[in-house]
Unconditional design. Sequence first.
Lengths: 319, 258
Amino acid sequence: MSTEPAISARQLRKSYGDRLVLDGIDLSVPQGTVFSLLGPNGAGKTTAVKILSTLVAADAGELRVAGHDLAVDAQAVRARIGVTGQFSAVDGLITGEENMLLMADLHHLPKREGRRVAAELLARFGLTDAAKKPASTYSGGMKRRLDIAMTLVGDPRIIFLDEPTTGLDPRARHTMWQIIRDLVTGGVTVFLTTQYLEEADELADRIAVLHEGRIVAEGSTEELKRLIPGGHIRLRFTDPAAYRSAAGALTEAVRNDELLALQLPSDGSQRELRSVLDQLDAEGIEADELTVHTPDLDDVFFALTDSSHQTDRTTEALR
Amino acid sequence: MSTLSLAVRDSSTMLRRNLLHARRYPSMTLNLLLTPVMLLLLFVYVFGGAMSGGTGRSAYVAFLLPGILLMTIGSTTIGTAVSVSTDMTEGIVARFRTMAIHRGSVLFGHVVGSVLQCLMSVVLVGAVGVAIGFRSHDASVLEWLAAFGLVALFALALTWIAIGMGMASPNPEGASNSAMPLILLPLISSAFVPLHSMPGWFQPIARYQPFTPGIETLRGLLLGSEIGDNWWIALAWCAALTVLGHRWAKAQYDRDPR
């Protein structure tokens, strides 16, 4: 087994007309790992997947997938990858089983083997009962499972999943996560895009945050969380007088006069919390609301992508 | 696997898929047959007396059927435009593009599937025509074969144009609208009334549009009327529309999707 990355990109660029979508991104995904491209809508995630999965040509960049240069031998790459796009790529007019057999035929499997693989995958994704029904009658979660099952017919070693859980209910989302974990256990490399931080946190070995066509941060979940300042304690008051005296007592706090809220940096430890409470008690001030906030990927995401979002979010949390 | 056998195998897989669609949803195909069959019955039984000018109903059925058959092809290929557009707007073609399959097989499946459907439809509508009294005037086997060949070439030509229209349309509804000329053109051809009954300024338009030469050639082959230069104009139209439609469809298919 070679140690070449399953997917690598150097200075990948793409624009549509005069709109620059990907502005020179670099990434490298080791074999058998889950890589997540995280970003808001319109960040360029789908374009990156379309390019790396041979659907769209890049304007520039050195791209290698499964050991082949995309610009030289796209067909060899296609033989080794599986793609599940954002919109279900199933044929709604025919049944789930017929969709699977269509894939088996296109992978040139012998008839008997095609039937076996189709039946196995339908069973694995809980679609055996619905196998004879037209795919257009499936629920969103079932369509997505059929989509992935179709992708797996050719036993691809690298799988691209473009927002695989967008629009799914929580149960279907957890089912999908389990499917992805099982794939990785089988040694498959997964390239996942998502706008859900929780999803990247759950599944990915490495995460890259894509914002306006650039990768603004990359690392493991832990590494990304270390990128931004730690958590804080938030105090909110209804009485302006209490707010003013608290602000006077806690000099290190960041004030929000409009919301009558104070924000103090904190690691969330008991000792720090107690010292804040002691200071307030000593002044005879009572806060109406106290929340302890520990950093999560959301903070990283908002800190890295858009500063205006952070204000919105803080406002929302304080309401 | 060699490139050729790969192409053949993938193309036949795609053809099977398209025929499966047609078999699973016969209502779509039958709906499209409704227009030509209704026009046939309407013109024969309701307007027939006025249209035939006293030559009798069976003479008018004979006059009318060749045009109705070519109209049937136009109508069937509207379904092709819609199904191509459906394919392109749903994710399935994107999936095909990321697989190691013969690239042209997707279009090939549509083309052959559509031509076969056209031939089936023509046979069905032809059977209705025979049932209400159409008889050929002693056409030889060779003339029947030539008529069948012309129908097949006409189906191929309109199929490629319809595929181009399907790909150019943003959605299936748009495809259905932009393919409307394929059944409207026969209305301004010699399908229903003879050319000499039309206003003089309009006759050249009706005379040289794609349907009229085809209709006149079919009449000649099946009814023994004068064909004249219609046969080669019809073949030229078929060739031109096929090449044009093929180029148009392929250029759109090869373009990177957004």
